[in-house]
Design a protein around this ligand. Structure first.
Ligand SMILES: CC(C)(COP(=O)(O)OP(=O)(O)OC[C@H]1O[C@@H](n2cnc3c(N)ncnc32)[C@H](O)[C@@H]1OP(=O)(O)O)[C@@H](O)C(=O)NCCC(=O)NCCS
Length: 103
């Protein structure tokens, strides 16, 4: 069970499917631009690589999501091409910038 000591400011998760580990995250708007995502993602990636030992972790970002791209680059991710994804619930085809971080 997870113990929470203070207010929740955001969340990070790892999805493992088809031999690939993909990280996703959000932080609450009142908490943006204070370094929380960068600090939390670094700690999360350390933990994920140590415990689950994936060869690499991927992330997908809308190309105009500059804040998220900044966070990923500060955590060591590098661009890994563009991927068209058919979003669920009729979201349609959307283009994502892919990022990759090796162990
Ligand atoms: C993306 C997100 C997680 C960033 O969280 P955060 O806690 O604000 O991130 P940090 O404070 O660690 O870092 C943000 C960086 O982006 C920069 N930034 C923020 N908005 C920016 C903008 N519009 N243009 C350029 N840079 C921007 C900040 O200056 C900061 O960089 P710096 O530390 O070098 O100054 C947060 O905005 C969010 O949850 N967004 C909605 C959900 C989302 O997009 N999730 C990611 C999906 S891939």
């Amino acid at each position: 069970m997870t113990r929470i000591d203070g207010p929740v400011v955001g969340s990070i998760g790892l999805l493992q499917r088809d031999g690939e580990a993909e990280v996703g995250y959000w932080f609450g708007r009142p908490h943006w631009n204070q370094g929380y995502a960068t600090e939390a993602l670094r700690a999360f990636l350390d933990h994920a690589f140590t415990t689950l030992r994936p060869e690499h972790i991927v992330a997908r970002v809308f190309p105009d999501n500059t804040a998220s791209i900044t966070v990923l680059k500060k955590c060591g991710f590098t661009p890994a091409g563009v991927k068209e994804v058919d979003l669920p619930k009729g979201g349609g085809m959307r283009r994502f910038q892919m990022f990759l971080l090796g162990r």
